[in-house]
Design a protein around this ligand. Structure first.
Ligand code: DGI
Ligand code: FE
Ligand code: FE
Length: 192
């Protein structure tokens, strides 16, 4: 699917602010893919769709998850904020015929991350965190590291998100910890 078609599908589903965030994630993901390698087109396509399901009613997302064998049901025990990535990936595949697994996984796992993330998955995960409209504590450091080191920057994003969730006393989905542990090993050459 070309990017303009993707945009025209996604835009009506989002608020203006969310659509602008989406465009910035796509621009950031395109830059990251030029810097670190991989397909710019895939990065843009995944970015355009990553928050496609953000405003689906939780009951509807729950139905999609319950009826889709590939989605782990334990997600339903956690906040519905964690459901929009998997549901967007399902909708891309079933309603828009997008079959590229790497693109679908980048959307599926963009909120939590997971172990063994591909370059494209890391790029979307990181682009969502560092796009220029974001302002989180410590974000400038992550942006700086993202100039040279994709794994380390994604690790910092993961660490900061966990710290933020812990600080708020929120429950944390297992994949959110797994990506942190996995990236800790990967940036240390497996010595941890
Ligand atoms: O959709 P976006 O706002 O662009 O960003 P996102 O999909 O990365 O994350 C949405 C929210 O999900 C963000 O406030 C952090 C939160 N989050 C990420 N991992 C976890 C989580 N919330 C809980 N409760 N548990 C997690 O493991
Ligand atoms: Fe999201
Ligand atoms: Fe997002």
């Amino acid at each position: 699917m070309d990017i303009e078609t993707a945009k025209s599908i996604v835009k009506p589903q989002l608020t203006n602010k969310r659509y602008e965030h989406t465009i910035r994630v796509a621009q950031t993901a395109a830059k990251l893919s030029q810097k670190f390698g991989g397909s710019k087109e895939k990065a843009e396509l995944a970015a355009i769709f990553h928050d496609y399901a953000k405003y689906q009613p939780p009951e509807e997302m729950k139905r999609w998850i319950l009826h889709s064998p590939q989605v782990p049901k334990d997600l339903l025990q956690f906040h519905h904020e964690l459901w929009h990535g998997p549901v967007a990936a399902l909708l891309m595949e079933r309603e828009h015929g997008i079959t590229d697994k790497d693109v679908l996984n980048a959307v599926f796992y963009h909120t939590t991350g997971r172990t063994g993330m591909t370059k494209l998955e890391l790029i979307i995960f990181l682009a969502d965190y560092i796009e220029p409209g974001r302002s989180f504590p410590g974000l400038d450091d992550v942006r700086q590291v993202a100039e040279t080191d994709l794994l380390k920057a994604a690790w910092m994003a993961s660490r900061n998100t966990i710290a933020y969730l812990l600080n708020k006393g929120n429950p944390i989905y297992p994949d959110t910890f797994y990506v942190y542990n996995d990236l800790t090993k990967r940036i240390n050459g497996g010595n941890n």
